[in-house]
Design a protein. Structure first.
Length: 94
């Protein structure tokens, strides 16, 4: 149980979590990979997974980029985050 780096081996489960967690969005493994481990600006330290009883329960992918109109200042943001509905309201994503 705990936080660890998000890895390629997590993509199938992460896709499932994103699909059931974002039921009004079209989510597939290609999109999850594009937004996480295959992003051109991927930073491994900003890709986090949370396991509960050896099962991926949540993940988050952060990113850093220049904010338009902010004189080239770098800003951080969450690119993609999802928590398995079975693990919601347990303080995992908040």
């Amino acid at each position: 149980m705990g936080i660890r780096p998000l890895e390629a081996r997590d993509m199938v489960r992460a896709t499932f979590i994103a699909h059931v967690g974002m039921e009004f969005d079209e989510i597939n493994e290609g999109i999850v990979r594009e937004k996480t481990i295959e992003a051109r600006d991927f930073v491994p330290e900003l890709a986090l997974a949370y396991d509960e009883q050896d099962l991926l329960a949540a993940f988050a992918q952060g990113a850093v980029g220049k904010k338009p109109g902010a004189d080239g200042k770098l800003v951080g943001y969450v690119r993609l985050m999802a928590v398995d509905p079975a693990y919601r309201l347990k303080g995992i994503g908040g």
